[in-house]
Each structure stands twice: as structure tokens, then as C-alpha cells.
Ligand binder design. Structure first.
Ligand code: PGA
Length: 248
């Protein structure tokens, strides 16, 4: 069985002082936690995480990576730079990047490739918009998004993490029902199985307004292997409560 993986996505939040107190509170609550845990932080704070979290039960990661190796790409951060900070995970293709930075399926697939080549586990986000769900396109959209990543990463595909994040549920307070989440996760699992005999290793996380109140039901679904948590990961008591739920 895959042990649950709970990842906090801090997005563009935090400060040196706020991060230090959040991490201290999380570390002090980790004694009963058996699930895998990580926080994905702004790149500016990776050095701080390396100091605070190295050797701890909390892994850390970035929220994006460049599709280029190096060079004249002002503002971008390469996979080898992330490697310098011993980053374990990197989110790629988050819906906010697809939306505000026009990231395509192919670009996201290349980013996943860059991460994998640097020994970093990409957390590949897929998910449909409200309009796509209403038009009955949910399965087609998530399959198209994942297919690009499978196509570009073939034999390494069992090394990725997938996060199903319905766009309409991210940061809105709306959550997919456990049944809706399971249905999409099962589709993604089948797609991974068709691509790799090791697909059962892949953790498929749910994300989108997951919180201390709804985590248990979502995590009880057979193909929901954990969560990618935004808002609720910024409050230590809430995140710890979800980690406890995932450790049962
Ligand atoms: P949310 O964000 O939990 O605040 O909805 C999840 C995410 O965007 O990863």
C-alpha cells in the first residue's frame, strides 16, 4: 500500500519570520505522524527550508521549475539550482501557472522532465475548469494533460506524483465530493497503468479546498493517496490535524 503523502503548497505567501514559526510549530507536532509530509515553498525560501528541515520528517520542494537548463531566461529557476538546495519535490503545471502564465501541456511535460533528470519528484497538477466539467469534458481534459507528461517521460513515469486539482475547487472553498475525486483518480490510475507496469507506485493527490473538516472522507477513497493543500497548510493546527488524519 502507498503511504499517504500530504504536501502543503504555500503559494506566494510567507516571510522569513512567518516561515520559521510555522515550521517550528509543525515540527513540534510531528511525533505521531506516519504519513509522508512536504511543503512546497517560494524559491526565495528554499535555503531557509534546507536549514530548518534537513534531516527532519518534513520534506520540502519548489512550486515551479524552468523548462530550460540555463541561460538568458530572466527570473527563472533551473532544476540544477533546485538541486543545490536538496529539493525533493517540485510542483509543475499548477492551474495558477497554466492560467496566469499560459503554461501548455507540452511545457508542463518538459518541466516534469527537467525535474526528473535532476532527481526531483515532479508533482504534476491536472484538473478541469468549471466550464469543462459542466460540458462533460472532465475526463478528456485530465487525460490530455497527463498524456503529455507520459509521452515526454515514458519510462520514468512511475517516479512522478500526480495531483488532481479541479480548477473550480482551488482556493474557492468548493471541494470535489469524495466520489467525484475518486472517479477522476481512478481514470488517472488506469491511464498510468496503461503506460507503466509500476503505476501502482504513483501517488495521486487530491487538491482543492482540502481542509481539516473534509480530509478524512477524501483520503478514505481507494485512489486518493494524499493531498496538495493550499490555504489550510498555512495554519499549523489545521495542517497538523490533516496529517494526523492521513496517518491513520
Ligand atoms: P487550496 O489550494 O487548498 O487553497 O484550494 C490547493 C492548491 O492550489 O494546491
Amino acid at each position: 500500500m502507498r503511504s499517504k503523502l500530504m504536501v502543503g503548497n504555500w503559494k506566494m505567501n510567507g516571510s522569513l519570520a512567518a516561515n520559521a514559526s510555522l515550521v517550528a510549530e509543525l515540527l513540534s507536532g510531528m511525533s505521531a505522524i506516519t504519513c509522508r509530509v512536504a511543503v512546497c515553498v517560494p524559491s526565495a525560501y528554499l535555503a531557509q527550508m534546507q536549514v530548518l528541515l534537513s534531516g527532519s520528517p518534513i520534506g520540502y520542494g519548489a512550486q515551479d521549475v524552468s523548462d530550460h537548463a540555463s541561460g538568458a531566461y530572466t527570473g527563472e529557476v533551473s532544476a540544477s539550482m533546485l538541486q543545490d538546495f536538496a529539493v525533493r519535490y517540485c510542483i509543475v503545471g499548477h492551474s495558477e501557472r497554466r492560467l496566469y502564465h499560459a503554461e501548455s501541456d507540452v511545457l508542463v511535460a518538459v518541466k516534469a522532465q527537467r525535474a526528473l533528470a535532476a532527481g526531483i519528484t515532479p508533482i504534476v497538477c491536472v484538473g478541469e475548469t468549471q466550464a469543462e466539467r459542466e460540458a462533460g469534458q472532465t475526463e478528456a481534459v485530465v487525460k490530455r494533460q497527463l498524456a503529455a507528461v507520459i509521452h515526454a517521460n515514458g519510462h520514468c513515469i512511475s517516479e512522478i506524483v500526480v495531483a488532481y486539482e479541479p480548477v473550480w475547487a482551488v482556493g474557492t472553498g468548493l471541494t470535489a465530493t469524495p466520489e467525484q475525486a475518486q472517479q477522476v483518480h481512478a481514470v488517472l490510475r488506469a491511464q498510468l497503468q496503461a503506460a507503466s507496469s509500476h503505476a501502482d507506485r504513483v501517488s495521486i493527490l487530491y487538491g482543492g479546498s482540502m481542509n481539516a473538516g473534509n480530509a478524512a472522507q477524501l483520503l478514505a477513497q481507494p485512489d486518493v493517496d494524499g493531498g496538495l493543500i493550499g490555504g489550510a497548510a498555512l495554519k499549523a493546527p489545521d495542517f497538523l490535524s490533516m496529517l494526523k488524519t492521513a496517518s491513520r
